[in-house]
Every structure is written in C-alpha cells, then in structure tokens.
Design a protein around this ligand. Structure first.
Ligand SMILES: Nc1ncnc2c1ncn2[C@@H]1O[C@H](COP(=O)(O)OP(=O)(O)OP(=O)(O)O)[C@@H](O)[C@H]1O
Length: 369
C-alpha cells in the first residue's frame, strides 16, 4: 500500500505555533510584536529567525526551546530551528555631537525629591540592562552628592584616563561604562556651585567622555525639577525618562512635578519606579507598606504611564550598595535582582515602543507670561 504524501507545512501554521508564547515584557506574542524576520520550510524542516527590539539574551534558553517544541508539534515537522536575536534602535530627538554619536538612547533617571533611592535604582537598572547583553553607560550627574563610585565599588581616588587632553575614558565597573563628577574632584573641592556652573560641568563630562557604542546611556539626574534638570533635558537628545519615587504623598507630589517637566520638554516618560514600596521584616518576613500603598500606581494612571517596578525597602539593597556591589551584580537571579531586571526590561520595551506617554500625552502650551 502506498503512503499518502505529507501535506506541505504552511507559514500560517508556523506563525500560530510561534504565537503560543506571550512575551511578558512586550505583553504580546512575538509574531504580533513584529519580531518574525524569516521562515524557511523545507519539507519537514522548519527554520525561523526572530529579532526582538529590546535586549533579550535571556530568551535563548527556555523560550527558544519552548518555541522549537511548538514548531516540532506541527504535523509533518521532523526538525525545527529557532534563531533568536535582538537589536536596539536609536530613539534620538536630535544629534548630540561627536561623543554621543554612537550612543543610541539616553535615558534620564530622575526624581522630584532627594533621597528616594534614585542612584541605587539607576545603578541597578544599568547593570540589569548589561546583564541582558546591552552596551550600557552610566553618567552620575547627581553633582551635589555623586555616590555612584561607591555604589559601583570604584576605588576612591580613581581618575579616568584622558586622551589628547580632551577626552575622558569612562571607568568600567560591573560591565558598564561609568563617569562621575566624583572621579574628577577631590573631597576638598567645594561643591557649592550655582546652577549654570553645574550645568556647564555636566555638559563637559557628558560631551567629553568617549562613550563609544552604547545601546543605553543612563543619566542619574540631580534630584529636583529646576533649571539644571530642564537644561540637561533640552540640550541633549534624551530619548526617555524614568521617575523614581517612594509611595509617600510628599515624594509623589514631587514625582508629579518631574513627570510634568519631562512632558513640557516633550521627553516621553517611560515609567515610574516605586522604591521602598514595602518593608520586609528581616526576622519574620512580614511585608508592610510603611510609606503607603499604590500611590505610584495612581500617579502612573493619571499620567498614562506605568509603574515599571516596585522595590522593597530592604537592608540587603543598602548593604550591597555600601559594599560597592549592586544587588543585580551580586546575584543576578536573587529575588530583588529579578525585580530590577524585570523593571529594566520593561524600560527597554517602553523605549522601543516610544514610551507610553508619548502617544497619549495631551499638547501642553508653554507661554512666557
Ligand atoms: N530599596 C531600598 N532599600 C534599602 N535602602 C535603600 C533602598 N534604596 C536606596 N536605599 C538606600 O537609601 C540611601 C539613599 O539612596 P540613593 O543615594 O540611591 O538615593 P538618591 O535618591 O539618589 O539620593 P540623592 O537625591 O541624595 O542623590 C542609600 O543609603 C541607599 O543605599
């Protein structure tokens, strides 16, 4: 008895199989997200190439296997190959000059109020993006209290190398390129600067550092929403901003000013990070929202943006910062490290999609009176 010929596998079957996986950061399947680049069907052999628009090296383990299995389950398939890649596009509002030419995206990490954990958040987000395979830079623009050298374990007194007496070479730490005012001044240097001087110094370190090729340059902004922040945001091709806040009413009121400032200058707010959202008792594990609950959610809703992540108030976070090994660098699969990593991936996706706020934001007119 002769065997019936196998039905030809159709592209729609391949797409349906691939759509069985919903990416938690894109919140949709990879075909709907436009990641499918190529499909080859050669008899019973299927090969697909997918390219995502955010750093997603982590998909190469379990998810690649899951997709392969989904394809192998198609009737008539006897071999499936899945190639997963990613690429970060530039989302620049304007050209930032020579030193920033190969920097694809500048992201301002900001807070309306001081002391909410902005620097800790910026450091951990930067390391998290690097862990996912991105080229990342971090500029400590918190000029009044540059703390990143300590948080990154850069030895006190470290000075960046210079080239041709013109360029600074960023200091590498935990897989990221860093630059901080703290690398250029001594403890004796007075930091009592007026706004224009601060803006001038920041401009200099931003534009005279050889950042090289970066997917993301995170700027740990000075706290507040005054002239310095406004100047920085307007002068450089900032692709998006992230607002760090705690759930207290006072911090939220200041976070609101931050959101409004970025909206005024047309920079998409990619989302908010709620820091110290819960206190976890190190003895009994009891979680208590000591600064209030859901404040950032409400604010995000009002401004059509989202909460990218909520971090607990945890001794471990402070201890790791003080020891110069950020939580994400210390153990990248710990519970707290994963909270930062999820937030970093949501940030990258929000940026790739142009920022939630960009689409829904109403026009704001700025007048001089
Ligand atoms: N989630 C957290 N749990 C525990 N401690 C934290 C947490 N986030 C930050 N801290 C600690 O709080 C202090 C202030 O944090 P950080 O310097 O990051 O804040 P900041 O907003 O950048 O401050 P500033 O506005 O003064 O620059 C640091 O000692 C830091 O280790």
């Amino acid at each position: 008895m002769s065997q019936l010929p196998q039905a030809q596998i159709e592209q729609t079957q391949v797409e349906q199989a691939l759509a069985s996986y919903i990416d938690p950061y894109l919140e949709m399947d990879l075909v709907s997200a436009g990641a499918l680049q190529a499909v080859t069907i050669d008899g019973g052999k299927i090969s697909v190439t997918l390219e995502l628009d955010y750093p997603s090296e982590f998909l190469n383990g379990g998810v690649a296997q899951l997709l392969t299995t989904a394809l192998e389950n198609i009737a008539g398939c006897d071999e499936a190959n899945v190639t997963l890649g990613w690429h970060v596009d530039a989302h620049k509002s304007h050209d930032g000059g020579e030193s920033l030419a190969a920097v694809k995206n500048i992201v301002a990490i900001s807070s309306g109020k001081g002391g909410v954990g902005k620097s800790t958040t910026a450091v951990n987000l930067a390391v998290a993006l690097a862990k996912d395979g991105a080229n990342v830079g971090l500029l400590d623009a918190d000029i009044y209290g540059p703390s990143q050298g300590i948080m990154l374990g850069v030895a006190a007194g470290t000075r960046p190398e210079t080239i041709d007496n013109k360029w600074f070479v960023p200091v590498e730490a935990h897989g990221i390129k860093t630059m901080s005012m703290a690398y250029l001044v001594t403890e004796q240097t007075p930091m009592v600067w007026r706004g224009p001087m601060v803006a001038g110094a920041l401009t200099q370190i931003l534009t005279q550092t050889q950042w090289g090729e970066l997917d993301y340059l995170l700027i740990d902004m000075p706290p507040g929403t005054g002239d310095i922040q406004l100047t920085l945001s307007q002068k450089y091709p900032v692709s998006g901003s992230v607002i760090v806040t705690t759930p207290q009413d006072v911090a939220l009121a200041d976070a609101k000013k931050g959101v409004e400032m970025f909206r005024k200058v047309g920079i998409p707010v990619l989302g908010m990070i709620e820091n110290m959202s819960m206190h976890i008792c190190s003895n009994c594990g009891h979680a208590e929202p000591i600064f209030g609950a859901h404040g950032a959610d409400r604010l995000a809703e009002t401004y059509h943006t989202k909460v990218l992540g909520s971090l607990p108030l945890a001794t471990y976070i402070r201890e790791q910062s003080d020891a110069g090994v950020p939580v994400v660098a210390a153990d990248d699969s710990s519970e707290v490290a994963m909270m930062y990593r999820h937030a970093a991936r949501r940030l990258a996706v929000a940026l790739a999609r142009g920022g939630e706020a960009a689409e829904t934001m109403p026009e704001i007119e700025v007048s001089d009176d």
